[in-house]
Design a protein around this ligand. Structure first.
Ligand SMILES: Cc1cc2nc3c(=O)[nH]c(=O)nc-3n(C[C@H](O)[C@H](O)[C@H](O)COP(=O)(O)O)c2cc1C
Length: 166
């Protein structure tokens, strides 16, 4: 057990704390001037049914978010359990992020990853500054669900798979 009180925790401990919460991983992507841009994002969450809203938190240091922020349509693909290489590629600092990624763009410019368990085509709704991140709220305009595809699980910095309870 690790405990910290009275603000006596640094960012490393905070990262460790946040990592205890398992999440999925999304590919947050769009087409800018004909070029696929995007990033891996585990901060995806559902927000509202009416209107249909989701959110992603992006670091204020992100070089990719200012590009995605210019777009009218954005794709969110909830990655599958065999998408670890895709998640790593879409988070890479160098090289062609989409090089080994099987992706497709809609006519409206949303970019999706093939083999994902969910595609959400989204329009920008609202951005909220929050500390060293921005909360990007998006309105869903179209979706495709692939219920038989198992999602990737991100937990304590590792990519994992769902397992049935005993
Ligand atoms: C599994 C995983 C989840 C990530 N989730 C987020 C996230 O929710 N928000 C974020 O800003 N960056 C996240 N990142 C980092 C981005 O994918 C990317 O590496 C970062 O934005 C730096 O690239 P950029 O400067 O091109 O944006 C994640 C990376 C990985 C591997």
């Amino acid at each position: 057990m690790i405990t910290a009180v009275d603000d006596q925790f640094d960012q490393a401990l905070l990262r460790q704390a946040f990592g205890c919460f398992p999440s999925g991983v999304t590919a947050f992507c769009g087409l800018l001037d004909g070029v696929a841009e995007g990033m891996a994002a585990s901060s995806f969450t559902s927000v509202s049914l009416d209107p249909p809203l989701v959110s992603v938190c992006v670091a204020s240091t992100s070089a990719t978010w200012p590009k995605l922020a210019k777009l009218d349509r954005l794709g969110l693909s909830v990655l599958a359990d065999d998408h670890a290489p895709v998640a790593r590629s879409l988070a890479s600092k160098t090289g062609d992020r989409f090089g080994g990624v099987d992706w497709v763009a809609t006519e409206s410019g949303a970019v999706f990853v093939h083999g994902a368990t969910l595609w959400l085509e989204c329009a920008p709704f609202k951005c909220i500054e929050a500390g060293d991140h921005e909360i990007v709220v998006l309105q869903i305009v179209a979706l495709a669900i692939y219920p038989d595809v198992a999602p990737m699980v991100f937990h304590r910095s590792n990519f994992r798979e769902l397992a049935p309870t005993a």
